[in-house]
Design a protein around this ligand. Structure first.
Ligand SMILES: [Mn+2]
Length: 252
């Protein structure tokens, strides 16, 4: 079986909850579409688990890319005037929940840190797959086919586009595949059924906001989420167990 998960954002509880449900065997493959790190504290721990599993394949997300640009590529990206303006990549990373990850990295062995950076540096940004004769493309944010010269004003290169570019509801997804992606929590596209995997023309967004709060509260009504996983063989959806009821959500 082929499983896809995205945007874990350091949330070990939610990650474990899904792993328990899907009970991965050696005949299965789990694809993780990036943004394993940041926001919650356990990003690096989850990353190391992923690195140790042969049947888990990862794609680069914009959070891993921010980390690499901030502390591994020796300043490349530090002065990007495109995506980041004069803002500075390290500050952009911290403002997006990167501080906990950076702080954690400071307390682990240099050799392990190097292993992590080398692993991330070698990750692909997109993977094409065929499951039961159905074509899929997996990316973190947007397919490379959507990149045009116009975007060179905003992104340094296609890689940056693929991990960062936010797909809007009315964008046409090109190609003869179904795009599986994350990056933007699905609540942004479907207020009526929050925290569910979002199906659209030629695309499925599986980011159900695992990096947001554990519980709804008065001030952030919808800024909470859960982790989702999609099985491509039969399109079965899995969700992390949560303490709260997702009432509007339980209507399928
Ligand atoms: Mn992202």
């Amino acid at each position: 079986m082929i499983y896809v998960m995205s945007d874990i954002h350091g949330n070990m509880r939610r990650f474990n909850s899904i792993m328990k449900q899907i009970n991965l065997t050696e005949n299965d493959t789990l694809y993780i579409l990036g943004d394993v790190i940041d926001r919650y504290h356990d990003g690096i721990k989850i990353l190391r688990k992923i690195m140790a599993m042969d049947n888990v394949k990862m794609l680069l997300g914009n959070h891993e890319y921010m980390m690499l640009q901030s502390i591994y590529y020796n300043g490349i990206g530090m002065d990007s005037k495109k995506l980041h303006g004069n803002y500075g990549i390290l500050r952009l990373w911290y403002d997006n929940g990167g501080y906990v990850t950076h702080n954690y990295l400071k307390h682990i062995k240099k050799s392990i840190r190097a292993e992590i950076f080398e692993y991330l540096d070698a990750l692909p940004v997109s993977i094409n797959l065929t499951v039961n004769d159905k074509k899929f493309k997996l990316v973190h944010a947007a397919p490379e086919e959507m990149y045009t010269d116009y975007y060179s004003f905003r992104y340094r290169d296609i890689k940056e586009f693929v991990v960062w570019h936010r797909l809007h509801k009315h964008d046409t997804i090109p190609g003869d595949y179904t795009l599986i992606y994350g990056h933007t929590p699905t609540v942004n596209f479907q207020d009526d059924v929050p925290l569910k995997i979002y199906h659209r023309d030629h695309g499925i967004n599986i980011d159900c906001g695992a990096g947001t709060a554990e519980k709804p509260d008065l001030f952030h009504c919808f800024c909470f989420g859960r982790l989702a996983c999609l099985r491509l063989d039969d399109m079965k959806e899995f969700y992390s167990e949560e303490d709260y009821k997702i009432e509007k959500n339980e209507q399928t």
